[in-house]
Design a protein around this ligand. Structure first.
Ligand SMILES: Cc1ncc(C[n+]2csc(CCOP(=O)(O)OP(=O)(O)O)c2C)c(N)n1
Length: 353
């Protein structure tokens, strides 16, 4: 087994789980906005815990990549998006769909392969779709939706209505050639595309330090002459404020931008386990240290510090969500599978001439 890399971090404290653990700065943010962030992040967390249980119970048979710990990125970015924007994800996209207002029942039904799922049960966890909320699709091929988002950005520009395209991807996808071609084209054509890299420091089981000469992905945006910002991806307010600036500029016609959000997933690459025993070991102590930078606890602690929330209120929000999500899950478990005869439907799309 290879050793952990010793190269110095160019992300500074953002890559050090012992730093940035204090409650986040919330001065000037409306209490209602903060409650919305907290509720949305908790919803995503609980849904993904439920997905993990469905895998353990043998009911979810599609591979499920959980992003527990990364909730602040999708919630912070989505706070600046409209349903007319066009958002694309990858293999770890439950949060991207839910943060836009995607339906919990339809997500769980999809993961269980049911007819009521977002892709009529044909795709599972990695093929989500929610055009009604602006989510135009996710696929598991790493990097595959990045150029599609650029095409959507071109459509947004030609439409001229101020909509933008968003492409979520991981630090591993930044090693794909298509990422660089996409950034190049978006920069040359000045397309309204926000590239959002969730740099969780791992690709499958490999630490970024052994895969890239620097752990800072924003440098690629700079190379393509794209406005690029690196933020604490476990601080929902910091993510939202960076997204606000970059998205505002893209809507005004200033071209593409890259937002690098440094974060960490508590679970392993795929499935509910923590992966402390594969590849370059993610040690139990590393995982515990990152849990100290939990995006949900940090916003809840900040709100408690400003007397905007107390323990009973927090428990009530959580209990309501658990009840709502458990009911959606029961309904999804009881829902019907698509008919066998539907297997080849939707393989080709009829287009109008
Ligand atoms: C083109 C391609 N190569 C390899 C894989 C196998 N694979 C699936 S996810 C993954 C890691 C991707 O890491 P990253 O982009 O950092 O996203 P993360 O899993 O950390 O969210 C790999 C290598 C794939 N699905 N597609």
């Amino acid at each position: 087994m290879a050793a952990k890399p010793t190269r110095p971090s160019e992300l500074g404290g953002l890559a050090d789980p012992a730093e940035f653990t204090a409650p986040i700065a919330i001065d000037g943010v409306e209490p209602e906005t903060l409650r919305g962030y907290l509720r949305s992040m908790l919803k995503i967390r609980i849904v993904e815990e439920v997905v993990g249980e469905l895998v353990e119970r043998g009911l979810a048979r599609a591979p499920c990549h959980l992003g527990i710990g990364q909730e602040a990125v999708a919630v912070g970015v989505s706070a600046q998006l409209e349903a007319t924007d066009r958002v694309f994800g990858g293999h770890r996209s439950h949060a991207h769909y839910l943060a836009l207002g995607g339906d919990v029942y339809r997500l769980l039904a999809e993961i269980l392969g049911k007819e009521d799922g977002t892709s009529k049960g044909m795709g599972g966890s990695m093929h989500l779709l929610g055009r009604e909320v602006g989510f135009h699709g996710s696929v598991p091929l790493v990097g595959a939706t990045i150029p599609i988002a650029v095409g959507a950005g071109l459509a947004c520009k030609m439409d001229g209505r101020g909509a933008i395209a968003v492409s979520y991807f991981g630090d591993g996808a930044a090693e794909e050639g298509v990422f660089h071609e996409s950034m190049n084209l978006a920069a040359v054509l000045q397309l309204p595309v926000l590239f959002v890299c969730e740099n969780n420091l791992y690709s499958s089981h490999l630490d970024i330090g052994v895969r890239q000469p620097s752990d800072r992905v924003a440098r690629y945006g700079e190379a393509h002459r794209i406005s690029s910002v690196t933020v604490d991806g476990n601080d929902v307010v910091a993510v939202e404020s960076a997204a606000s600036e970059l998205i505002g500029a893209a809507r005004r016609g200033d071209g593409p931008a890259l937002l690098e959000a440094v974060t960490y997933r508590h679970r392993g690459h795929v499935g509910p386990r923590e992966d402390v025993d594969v590849g370059i070991r993610r040690s139990q102590s590393e995982i515990q240290a990152w849990k100290g930078r939990d995006p949900i606890a940090r916003v809840a602690n900040a709100m408690q510090g400003h007397e905007l929330l107390d323990e009973p209120a927090l428990h009530a929000i959580e209990a309501n969500l658990r009840e709502e999500i458990a009911a959606a899950c029961q309904r999804a478990e009881a829902a019907s599978y698509p008919a066998d005869s539907a297997l080849l439907d939707r393989v080709f799309a009829e287009t109008s001439a």
